[in-house]
Design a protein. Structure first.
Lengths: 367, 315
């Protein structure tokens, strides 16, 4: 990268470096394009036509009112969890445990709804939301309390807590709270007032979309306009400095994790009350994990997470249409999704290196 | 009937054999983790390396009929995945946790893609050839120790040799000193002309080989086929074992045996009706991890530069 690198090759290289270290929106777009190209190769490898496959993916996600509704329905849990994960990222913590928090939130919502059979929707739905958010926050707090008071690595504990939550839910759904009339591990169907209203008549789009939008907007405002947001960001950037400045770092970390858990629990409630109509064992096909990637793709900003969730929701819905329509395994879509983020990690690292290189002279050649 | 009769009674032999069988994949991956963490690299990608190794070993063994070829390819793919992670977190200063988790999720998607393309969507699986245990006469009849050590597949002996080898390499060789220096004070190592990032990359690739071998063990010894997501978090448990075992080869051996014991207890308890719900038994290894992390997670010396990418000319 010196004067010798001139001409077309030099221009190309300068462009490539700028693209790789440029603005966030542009680099996210570039990562998506590269990942879609790799996806095209995989579709070819699976023996399908790339054009047909991607066209099927597009119409599967946006082609009809119901397709659009499915995409939005898939966006809701990803956005809610993604906003929560983004907030904990900003505080400098990894919440990999949203999967378990979502499951327990869904379970709590279903149990509350089944306890209130005759109550009107205005009572049941807020009670379900409160229960789901409390359950999610409580489950998340196990990991954050261990982290804050014992220094236990929260990445590992949240992952382990996911497995524990899965087995706990499986036990409850097979035993104490199982619908005796059903051969499956699930609760009884929820009463009508406990079902989220449909937003677009004739489709499956439920009111959970509003929760997701509100969560993203409020989260964004909190981060940028409230003292709490400022303190969270300060803690994430440098916890030692934040502590020296007199910020209650422990309480901030605990609150960021609890909010993330509450949003994951709310996502569980949306799946129970908006999609399934009851609590089931397979409530989440890995939303908690996908949402980590959603938060990263959204650059740890709540509104960014909402946009990333829409993108991922569309990919997921379109991907399953592609699997049934063209016969390409839907895991192609999974690969595209995670490749996007891995590319963004590389991009962030490249930018770090370029910034570091600026004032320092070229390192001496290796001896 | 005493509740724990099956530990001491005759089928108890199977219990100790199972302990070893369940501990070995964790042990192999955790040994890889020891190299990484000693050199200052946090390897969250063990899970993905194990899973890729498991798939490769199963597919290659089925195709060629040779478990040796399967093992070799499983190890090779584990190393390749590790090298890919190294590109992001050693060559480039990417965040090791984010990159590692992405890699794991990518490996999850990638293995199920390959598996479905090869086996067919929703198709049936073919049983791969397996490596069976070879009972060593006389020694195998010793109670407890016999089934634990002398009624096992040769891979178990490989794993135990790897423990001793790791201890020797890290403690008694010049390269081991370089590894530890890279983890404790990379700038100092660099200032005397040692190549920190190359050492870290080698450690990462070694861990990929060991994790790939551990994954191959899952699909060739513990089972006779690949199942989607068959590692089920073992790579993450291995990371906890690295910490519990204080990042030393023999410490990791002890910690893996503890987890193998917990897992075997859980399997055995499912068979003999203890009145404890099945799901609670399945939780044991995960609860054990959380508890051990909470109790021991902080007490030990962590390599100073653990998780900090090294760039020349930077402090």
């Amino acid at each position: 990268m010196n004067a010798a690198a001139t001409g077309a090759a030099g221009a190309w290289r300068r462009w490539a470096v700028r693209a790789a270290t440029g603005s966030d929106v542009m680099s996210s777009g570039a990562a998506i394009v590269i990942a879609l190209l790799v996806g095209a190769l995989l579709i070819l490898a699976a023996g399908a036509d790339v054009g047909t496959a991607y066209r099927t993916l597009w119409t599967g996600a946006f082609g009809s009112p119901q397709a659009l509704a499915s995409t939005f329905v898939e966006t809701v849990p990803l956005a809610l969890v993604g906003v929560g994960v983004a907030l904990s990222f900003r505080a400098g913590l990894f919440n990999i445990g949203a999967e378990g928090q979502l499951l327990l939130g869904g379970l709590a919502a279903a149990l509350v709804a089944l306890q209130l059979p005759g109550a009107p929707a205005l009572v049941v739905l807020p009670a379900m939301m409160a229960a789901a958010m409390l359950a999610g926050a409580a489950w998340a707090s196990i990991a954050s309390v261990l982290r804050v008071y014992l220094g236990t690595n929260e990445v590992l504990t949240t992952i382990m807590l996911n497995y524990i939550a899965t087995y706990l839910v499986s036990y409850l759904l097979n035993g104490p709270v199982r619908d005796p009339a059903s051969p499956l591990a699930q609760t009884a169907a929820l009463p009508q007032p406990a079902i989220l209203p449909v937003l677009l008549p004739g489709t499956t789009l439920h009111a959970g979309l509003l929760f997701a939008i509100v969560a993203a907007v409020v989260g964004q405002l909190w981060l940028s306009r409230r003292v709490w947001g400022l303190h969270i960001k300060a803690t994430g950037l440098n916890p030692e400095a934040a502590r020296n400045a007199g910020l209650p770092v422990r309480r901030l970390l605990l609150s960021a994790f609890a909010v993330g858990g509450a949003l994951a629990g709310l996502a569980g409630m949306c799946q129970v009350a908006g999609v399934q109509g009851r609590m089931i064992a397979n409530l989440s096909p890995g939303y908690g994990y996908t949402a980590i990637v959603v938060a990263l793709l959204g650059r740890s900003s709540p509104l960014g997470a909402l946009a990333a969730a829409l993108f991922f929701g569309a990919l997921t819905v379109g991907g399953s249409t592609m699997e049934t329509g063209v016969g390409v395994p839907a895991s192609v879509v999974t690969i595209i999704q995670y490749l996007v983020v891995l590319l963004l990690v590389a991009h962030g690292a490249l930018r770090l290196m370029r910034q570091a290189r600026g004032p320092v002279a070229d390192p001496a050649p290796e001896a | 009937m005493q509740p724990w009769h099956w530990i001491v009674s005759d089928p108890g032999a199977g219990f100790f054999s199972a302990t070893m069988r369940l501990a070995v994949p964790l042990l192999l991956a955790a040994l890889g983790g020891v190299y990484c963490e000693r050199s200052g690299v946090v390897n969250v990608g063990l899970e993905g390396m194990m899973l890729s190794g498991a798939l490769t070993a199963s597919l290659v063994s089925t195709a060629t009929g040779s478990t040796t070829a399967g093992l070799a390819c499983g190890v090779g793919v584990g190393m390749a995945v590790a090298a890919l992670l190294g590109l992001f977190i050693v060559v480039l200063p990417g965040d090791p946790v984010v990159a590692g988790i992405c890699l794991n999720l990518l490996a999850l998607g990638g293995t199920s893609f390959v598996f479905r393309v090869v086996v067919g969507t929703g198709g049936t699986t073919r049983a791969a050839p397996t490596i069976t245990a070879s009972l060593i006469p006389v020694l195998g009849d010793i109670p407890v120790v016999g089934p634990l050590l002398f009624d096992q597949t040769y891979l178990v002996y490989v794993a135990l040799l790897a423990v001793a080898g790791t201890w020797l390499i890290l403690r008694r060789t010049g390269w081991g000193l370089l590894v530890r220096a890279s983890g404790e004070h990379p700038a100092a190592a660099d200032s005397v002309g040692l190549n920190v990032n190359r050492t870290r990359l080698v450690c990462l690739v070694v861990s990929g080989a060991l994790a790939g071998l551990g994954g191959s063990f899952l699909s060739l010894v513990s089972s006779n086929q690949f199942v989607e997501n068959m590692t089920a978090g073992r790579g993450y448990i291995a990371l906890a074992i690295v910490i519990l075992g204080q990042r030393s080869a023999f410490g990791v051996l002890g910690a893996s045996l503890l987890f193998g014991l917990g897992d075997a207890l859980q399997l055995r308890a499912q068979l003999s009706d203890l009145g404890v719900p099945y799901d609670f038994l399945l939780m044991i290894p995960y609860v054990l991890t959380v508890v051990t992390m909470a109790v021991f997670g902080r007490r030990l010396s962590t390599p100073t530069a653990l998780g900090v990418a090294f760039r020349r000319g930077q402090r």
